[in-house]
Write a protein that binds this ligand. Structure first.
Ligand SMILES: [Fe+2]
Length: 248
């Protein structure tokens, strides 16, 4: 694994894990057969995606797909990806040690798929739009925090596509990612990022957030379920801030 500090909180980890192309294609095809619907039709021309965003039909088509039941068919593969990203989180904390003070949880990971023409515009992974915070002028929201994500990790699973570059507004240099490499970045506004439209083929990445736990009722329920099923939702104690460990 090679570590490339791109500045602005963005760190690229190259050659983290080997991913067999044919295996991946089979895995994606199988997952797509049984994944839950990507959108809820609100009946008024708008749709709500799995991330909680309300979007129109055109946006629904341009948005990437999300494979969320990644442990179902092949737990060994899911564990491999989980372990690979955890290695990157360790490396990230070596560069940004204060991140340890803000995290304990690994949020349930998913795989993002971009087919031709799909992209995601500049955004942060702590946007209030994806949390329970719904406020307008003069009203105090029922929750005053947005999302508890601190570090975001995107592990690229393939590179046999064109376009689909991940770009960070505030990085000193842009990471050029290959299959089996991961970009880690601040989930907040410093790490604002986009994935440009895929122009040929399909782009697959494994996405996980590390932070101070789940927030919304849906997130909490998923987190607890994954915990019960042993799906790597905790950060190992040795990675946490020392003062959190119980004294003997
Ligand atoms: Fe994102």
């Amino acid at each position: 694994m090679e570590v490339e500090d791109c500045g602005g909180g963005v760190v690229a980890f190259h050659n983290v894990v080997d991913i067999d192309r044919e295996f991946l294609a089979g895995w994606i095809a199988k997952r797509r057969e049984t994944e839950p619907p990507q959108f809820t039709d609100n009946g008024d021309g708008t749709y709500t995606n799995l991330g909680g965003y309300t979007i129109d039909a055109e946006q629904a088509l341009s948005q990437p797909g999300r494979l969320v039941q990644i442990w179902d068919d092949d737990p060994e593969f899911a564990q491999t990806l989980s372990d690979a990203l955890l290695e990157c989180v360790k490396g990230y904390m070596d560069i940004y040690p204060a991140a340890r003070q803000a995290v304990w949880a690994r949020m349930p990971a998913h795989v993002v798929t971009y087919t031709e023409g799909q992209s995601i515009g500049e955004h942060t992974d702590t946007s209030v739009e994806v949390s329970d915070v719904k406020y307008w002028e003069g009203e105090i929201p029922k929750a005053t925090i947005s999302s508890l994500n601190v570090i975001s990790g995107s592990l690229l699973l393939n590179d046999d596509f064109e376009g689909g570059e991940m770009r960070f507004r505030h990085a000193a240099k842009q990471p050029e990612m290959k299959a089996g490499g991961a970009a880690l970045y601040p989930s907040n506004y410093i790490g604002m990022h986009e994935v440009r439209p895929v122009t040929k083929g399909e782009r697959y990445s494994y996405l996980q957030f590390v932070g101070a736990g789940p927030l919304t009722p849906g997130e909490i329920a998923t987190y607890k379920q994954w915990d019960r099923e042993g799906k790597s939702v905790w950060l190992p104690p040795e990675m946490l801030y020392d003062s959190r460990r119980p004294s003997e």
